[in-house]
Structure formats: structure tokens, C-alpha cells
Design a protein around this ligand. Structure first.
Ligand code: X6L
Ligand code: MG
Ligand code: MG
Length: 166
């Protein structure tokens, strides 16, 4: 069995429904079981900042899929939830990223592991910490990276519980 961490983000339309739909689709997959889902965070957009706020979560899954197969599942979910790629780093109904897959480190062009930019992104590190406070990224504890970042634009949304609805 493989262990993977996923990061999900949405900033269009009914964001909560997109998160729930993506989680239901993952949990219905016969080769994926969701172990844990983080709290939900509302976050200011990064990269391309002139767009609506995001909801971001992370989850821990067990899977007997290979990394490339899991990536295909993630892309299928994005497509089924009508993600359209126009502006780079622009608005999306749902984004499903593989953050970690076991301890694999790979600079493959199609699937870089761990996800190359998580160390700089509080909107990923904060929900990841909900799942595992002892996570090691490049020989350092996750909290080392988080302590260097501005956490002001990340707000827990207490009213929304994704795990409860699946
Ligand atoms: C300079 C240049 C500084 C580029 C930052 C950061 C680019 C993040 C892309 C960057 C840069 C990204 C989300 C988001 C995106 C999300 C929030 C990306 C890809 N996805 N903002 N921006 N949540 N809050 O899931 O992460 S686009
Ligand atoms: Mg992505
Ligand atoms: Mg992303």
C-alpha cells in the first residue's frame, strides 16, 4: 500500500461543492481510501493575484495505484469538474495536486515529487500540518518552512467540514 498527500484548491462558483465533489470522487475510487482530511482554509490567491480567494484543503490517502495512475485520476476529476485552463495560475473550479507519494523524490517533468513549490506556500503547509505535524520535507520538519512564511492571508473556515459530508 502507498501513502500519498494531495492538495486541493478551488476559487470559482460553488467552491464548497467542488471540494466535496472531488472528495466524493476520490473516496468512491476502488483503489483509493481517504485516511484524513484537513480543515478548510480560505486563502488569498498567489501567483496571479487578481482573482477571487481560494478554498484549500489537504488530504492523506492510501492507494495501490502507481504515481502516474494517481495523477491520471486527479486530472480526470479536474476534467469532470469542468476545469478549463486559460490563464496560467488563473481561476479554477478545482485543482488536485499530488504533494507527496511515499518518500519518492523525482524531478520527472510530468510529475515532480515532492510537489516542487510546497515549501513556499502557506496555503499548502498549513492544511498539511493538520494531517501530520512530523512531516519531513528535504530533511527538515514542515514547521521550519512554515515559520518563515506570512500566515495572515490564510483563514480557517470553521463552518465547513468536508470529511463529515462524505
Ligand atoms: C512569484 C511567482 C510568486 C509565482 C509566486 C505561486 C505561482 C503559487 C503559482 C508565484 C506562484 C502558484 C492556488 C493559488 C494558485 C491555490 C491560493 C500556484 C499555482 N493555486 N493561490 N494560486 N491557493 N491561495 O490553490 O500555486 S496558481
Ligand atoms: Mg495542479
Ligand atoms: Mg496547485
Amino acid at each position: 500500500m502507498n501513502k500519498a498527500y494531495l492538495g486541493l484548491g478551488t476559487n470559482m462558483g460553488n467552491r464548497v461543492k467542488y471540494l466535496r465533489d472531488a472528495c466524493v470522487m476520490l473516496s468512491n475510487h476502488k483503489n483509493i481510501s481517504i485516511c484524513k482530511i484537513s480543515k478548510v482554509y480560505e486563502t488569498k490567491a498567489w501567483g496571479y493575484t487578481n482573482q477571487d480567494d481560494f478554498l484549500n484543503i489537504c488530504m492523506e490517502i492510501d492507494t495501490n495505484l502507481e504515481p502516474e495512475e494517481l495523477l491520471e485520476v486527479c486530472h480526470n476529476i479536474e476534467n469532470q469538474l469542468k476545469r478549463v485552463r486559460t490563464i496560467r495560475w488563473g481561476p479554477r473550479t478545482i485543482d488536485v495536486d499530488i504533494l507527496f507519494f511515499n518518500n519518492i523524490a523525482s524531478d520527472d517533468k510530468v510529475l515532480t515529487l515532492p510537489h516542487p513549490r510546497i515549501k513556499e506556500r502557506a496555503f499548502v503547509l498549513i492544511p498539511l500540518m493538520d494531517l501530520n505535524k512530523e512531516l519531513i520535507i528535504d530533511d527538515k520538519n514542515i514547521s521550519c518552512y512554515l515559520s518563515k512564511l506570512n500566515k495572515e492571508e490564510i483563514e480557517e473556515v470553521k463552518e465547513i467540514n468536508i470529511a463529515f459530508s462524505i
